[in-house]
Design a protein around this ligand. Structure first.
Ligand SMILES: [Mg+2]
Length: 419
């Protein structure tokens, strides 16, 4: 049953004529620059904590930023971007679909996390350019706003979840009403059922303070344990369970889906509509979680969302990444009817060494969390302004260091386990 405040909100007269705040817009300074929109150069910057930014500049001087972060595979995406940069210089940056079709369809080999992350970075930067040239935010180009704020969730716990209650309290104090946490540490294919007890206890603790929690199985939980864990969690009603099985197990996921009422979310390791299609057709997910920095950028994430809507599947962009991926995800969220919630990496456990979601931004106020939501981004393009000098200096420093990679998980017998 809806709370009184929710019912009041639904009756508010300001919604009787739609989303009025969508009218707010201030032209970007670069939009007035006369000149060609042909691509002059493409650069990429690896910056800590683990992000890969893409910068595209037009001959007319408009700069668009994108993000093709592929955690733990930075050099592979940098190689792909070097190839892409060589090919699309001189193309009209405004023709996003044509560039996408060329990079995806024309070159025979396609898809996968490396090529698609590179393409994602390019695609997001092109949408940023288009918005800046036309003087409108990206959501305006996607059909206009269907909501005036996007719900977001923060992380608690980390890779080795321990005491989460204090962290949940801190998130609540920051304004979050929903969080996500890893369900388990590394698990064996067949582990002790007792290994799952802690998961249930932690969910109970977090929910005791009145916030909801999604549980990320992270592909760590193989089938013999996943069906036990879903059953054990069911009475405690998690918001969703994420990647309850590794991608690729469509039939097995369908079996699990039929055993539980908990919403099943998945999609961060699916790239393009083609990868998503069998999950929708099998009817084994409730929430699709495309990662805009891997799935094909704004163009492909929007298409995945539209395809999912036909199956009554909601969209919750996966985004434990940087400010450009987050802004791009929100832009899609503002314009997409079946958007439900977006991941936000602010103060996430991966953001170490003094580098966080807001570090490279000169307008961090646009990501302020209020009542669990981010307000409509109204500036042209992605709506994010960056400190380019800081990015260039950090990229030069980070280039002397090994890029981020995930920790290695091994079982008591020494064998590799899923991270
Ligand atoms: Mg996940």
């Amino acid at each position: 049953m809806a709370s009184p405040s929710h019912r009041d909100a639904l009756r508010e007269p300001r919604y009787s004529r739609g989303i009025q705040r969508a009218l707010a817009c201030t032209p970007h300074p670069s939009a007035s620059i006369a000149g060609s929109t042909r691509i002059a150069r493409l650069e990429s910057f690896y910056v800590r904590p683990r992000w890969l930014f893409v910068r595209i500049e037009t001959e007319g001087g408009v700069v668009g930023w994108g993000e093709g972060t592929l955690e733990g595979h930075t050099e592979a995406v940098q190689g792909s971007l070097a190839d892409v940069a060589r090919r699309i210089v001189g193309w009209d940056a405004m023709n996003i679909e044509d560039i996408y079709a060329y990079l995806y369809r024309h070159r025979f080999y396609r898809g996968g996390e490396v090529l698609m992350s590179a393409m994602s970075g390019v695609d997001i930067a092109l949408w940023d350019i288009k918005g800046k040239v036309l003087g409108v935010p990206v959501w305006q180009l996607l059909g206009g706003a269907v909501r005036e704020r996007c719900e977001v969730y923060g992380w608690i716990g980390g890779d080795r979840p321990a005491d989460v209650l204090e962290q949940a309290r801190a998130r609540k104090a920051q304004g979050f009403t929903k969080v996500k946490m890893n369900a388990t540490e590394a698990l064996g294919w067949l582990d002790s059922p007792h290994a799952l007890d802690e998961t249930v206890r932690r969910l109970e603790e977090v929910k005791s303070i009145g916030i909801d929690a999604g549980l990320d199985f992270h592909g760590r939980v193989h089938k013999p344990m996943a069906k036990q864990l879903a059953r054990a969690l069911e009475p405690h009603r998690p918001l969703f369970i994420e990647e309850p099985l590794l991608p690729g197990h469509v039939n097995e996921l369908k079996d699990l889906y039929n055993k539980t009422t908990i919403p099943i979310a998945l999609g961060e390791r699916l790239f393009t509509r083609q990868d998503v299609r069998p999950y929708l057709e099998a009817g084994c997910i409730d929430i699709i979680q495309p990662d805009i920095a891997h799935a094909g950028g704004i163009s492909e994430t929007r298409k995945i969302a539209t395809m999912a809507e036909a199956y009554d599947v909601g969209v919750a962009p996966h985004c434990p990444l940087g400010p450009l991926a987050f802004a791009a995800s929100l832009q899609v969220g503002f314009a997409t009817p079946n958007f439900v919630i977006c991941e936000m990496s602010w103060q996430m456990h991966y953001n170490t060494g003094g580098f966080d979601l807001l570090t490279y931004m000169t307008n961090p106020e646009v990501f302020a969390v209020r009542d669990g939501h981010i307000d409509l981004l109204t500036a042209p393009g992605l709506g994010v302004e960056l400190d380019e000098a800081l990015i260039r200096a950090e990229a030069a420093e980070a280039a002397t260091l090994p890029p981020w990679s995930n920790p290695v998980f091994r079982g008591p017998d020494g064998a590799v386990r899923e991270w």
